[in-house]
Design a protein around this ligand. Structure first.
Ligand code: SF4
Length: 237
């Protein structure tokens, strides 16, 4: 895999675990709000970390960390993701995958191989082309994304769905439509948008929802999800 960077210690990226985060380079999507242009735009890629450099780091942290998050970019683009996960698990770490859900076959294979303890999947908008294209910057195969949703809903691995909420992009009725498409999900995390360092600079003019509007939405949706989390800048509730 192409690893563009490591966050050596995190208490918030892997539920109930102290973890490090490996950031893979490369993503088909071009989400306007993306904060990781250096992992998405090939012209901005830095030097990759060598595989052995990453595993030397992980071996040294075996006693200090519980888990490893593989994030991106989009990790499922990398054909050796499974090999990496096996090596990481052989070191005794729990594993979490962050994904946009575009490769359901990869997701299913990793789950069937018992290589994942937790999956966080982005749900960027209503699962309709006109909406999803407007935020992802491409025309992703929505059947694939729906298949990944169903895989998590019906599977045995822990998961959360995540949606970044932007005033100019998501209306209340859009969020209700997304909620309907996630019916039966244990956990949905709604993240407040941060208007800074966006892949599309124009999106820095966009705004997060107000705390009042988010609170009202939460009240409306609370009964539909056992765990409905709101993540503001740097903390969650
Ligand atoms: S936010 Fe969008 S563009 Fe950025 S890494 Fe995730 S899927 Fe790719």
């Amino acid at each position: 895999m192409r690893i563009g960077g490591i966050q050596k210690y995190s208490t918030i990226d892997f539920p109930k675990k102290l973890a490090c985060v490996l950031f893979t380079q490369g993503c088909h999507f071009r989400c306007g709000f993306c904060h990781n242009a250096e992992l998405v735009e090939p012209k901005q890629f830095g030097n990759c970390l060598a595989e052995e450099e990453v595993f030397t780091f992980l071996e040294k942290r075996r006693k200090a960390l519980d888990g490893v998050v593989i994030s991106g970019g989009e990790p499922t683009l990398h054909p050796d993701l499974e090999t990496w996960l096996r090596r990481i698990r052989d070191l005794g770490f729990a594993t979490k995958l962050d994904t946009n859900g575009i490769h359901p076959n990869v997701l299913q294979s990793l789950i069937q191989g018992e290589l994942l303890d937790f999956v966080a999947m982005d749900i960027k908008h209503c699962l309709q082309a006109s909406y999803y294209d407007s935020i992802s910057g491409i025309s992703p195969n929505l059947e694939s994304i729906q298949e990944s949703v169903q895989t998590l809903l019906s599977g045995s691995v822990d998961y959360e769905f995540r949606t970044t909420l932007i005033s100019e992009i998501h209306r209340r009725e859009d969020m209700l439509a997304i909620a309907a498409s996630l019916r039966g999900a244990r956990q949905w995390t709604i993240q407040s948008f941060r208007p800074q360092k966006t892949l599309n600079p124009q999106w820095q003019n966009f705004r997060p929802w107000s705390a009042e509007a988010i609170g009202s939405l939460r009240t409306e949706l609370a009964e539909k999800f056992p765990e409905l989390r709101i993540r503001y800048l740097g903390f969650s509730s």
